[in-house]
Design a protein around this ligand. Structure first.
Ligand code: PMP
Length: 361
């Protein structure tokens, strides 16, 4: 069976070269006589794998000296809670920008943990189809941080700019667009991302945190919930997701070898243009998101009649294109076209979409 074009929102397609290398190294990693999965996380082999992955991530994102990089577990979902638990610093309120399903979950988690949650802005008025411009944001008085969701994986809405928060730490969920373009990490207090889109396998969560925000949480935090624990133990307080870290490391190396994040951005712009240009020219398919805020990673689209969805999906599958069904909360279709989706996959999708529309015309 040839490999399919996998448009899944996550876990998602990975670079074929990375999978091939992992296969080659599966039984004997670099002459160690063992698979990475079998290694002690405290042995020198795995320590070198983790250190190299971290160093490569630092190079890719040009992470400023002093910022901590943590390789954790629990998904972005655990971060929804750790952020308010760790970052209050005695302040009264936290600010969130509401752009859709993932922002909503982050906000719900904060409501249980922060004394007051202020919605600085919300795109609910137009069904979460845009990013509220910064000029409309109303920050609370002296919030502990401002949180935004850099890319709404379900709604297909992405920030193509970095908010200005002044002295207030800026916190961002970058689960579904990290490593898709260059990023000025120095503008952030904390960045977090689950790995299973642009980084590697599920099970690994990356947190990048400015040092002055570590260790100021609740007076006696549970150790696993305290960023200070993970900083102190260099992400080895307990057994880390070793194989996921290894694969992430291979993905970082591949990105470095293919033009870094500027190269990734160029490819992602080109790929997204193929799909959006087609959608804009079509009167059969539609995408609801404001043009300036469209995601380069997740492209939702609808057919004129939901009754056609099942036939569309079946035809796509026959042609080797899978996981195009939209999220249950919005319906329709969604094509996730992360870093590892080749432009050939997007071209194949567009050509099938044209064929399908013509067959109904
Ligand atoms: N935030 C965003 C933007 C996501 O896309 C996801 C997962 N799809 C999550 C958070 C939750 O991540 P996890 O399932 O790894 O906890």
């Amino acid at each position: 069976m040839p490999r399919v074009f996998n448009f899944s929102a996550g876990p998602a397609t990975l670079p074929e070269e990375v999978l091939a290398q992992a296969a080659e190294e599966m039984l004997d990693w670099h002459g160690s006589g063992q698979s990475v999965m079998e290694m002690s996380h405290r042995g020198k082999e795995f320590i070198s794998i983790a250190a190299e992955a971290e160093a490569d991530l630092r190079t890719l994102l040009d992470i400023p000296d002093g910022y901590h990089v943590l390789f954790l577990q629990g998904g972005a979902t655990l971060q929804f809670e750790l952020i308010p638990m760790n970052l209050m610093r005695g302040k009264r309120s936290v600010d969130y920008v509401h752009t859709g399903e993932w922002a909503k979950k982050a906000i719900a988690a904060a409501r249980g943990l922060a004394p007051s949650v202020n919605l600085a802005a919300s795109a609910e008025d137009r069904g979460f189809t845009y990013v509220p411009p910064q000029s409309t944001w109303r920050l609370s008085d002296d919030p502990a941080y401002v949180h935004y969701t850099a890319n709404e994986t379900i709604g297909g809405v992405e920030y193509h700019w970095i908010p200005e928060a002044g002295d207030v730490p800026l916190v961002s969920d970058m689960s579904s667009n990290i490593l898709s373009k260059p990023l000025d990490v120095s503008k952030f207090g904390l960045i977090y991302a689950g790995a299973q889109k642009n980084i590697g396998p599920a099970g690994l969560t990356i947190v990048i945190i400015r040092p002055d925000l570590v260790g100021l949480g609740v007076p006696t935090p549970p150790l696993m919930m305290d960023y200070a624990t993970h900083v102190k133990s260099e992400s080895m307080h307990n057994t880390p997701p070793t194989y996921a870290i290894y694969i992430a490391g291979l993905v970082f190396k591949r990105l470095l070898a293919t033009g870094g994040l500027a190269g990734a951005e160029e490819r992602n712009i080109a790929k997204a243009a193929v799909l959006y240009d087609f959608l804009d020219a079509s009167d059969f398919y539609a995408n609801p998101v404001d043009v300036a805020d469209r995601s380069r990673m997740n492209v939702p689209f609808t057919l004129p009649d939901p009754a056609l969805d099942a036939e569309f999906l079946a035809g796509a599958k026959e042609r080797g294109m899978v996981q195009l069904k939209g999220h249950r909360s919005v319906g329709g279709m969604r094509a996730s076209i992360y870093n590892a989706m080749p432009i050939e996959g997007v071209r194949a999708l567009v050509s099938y979409m044209a064929e399908f529309a013509a067959s109904k015309g």
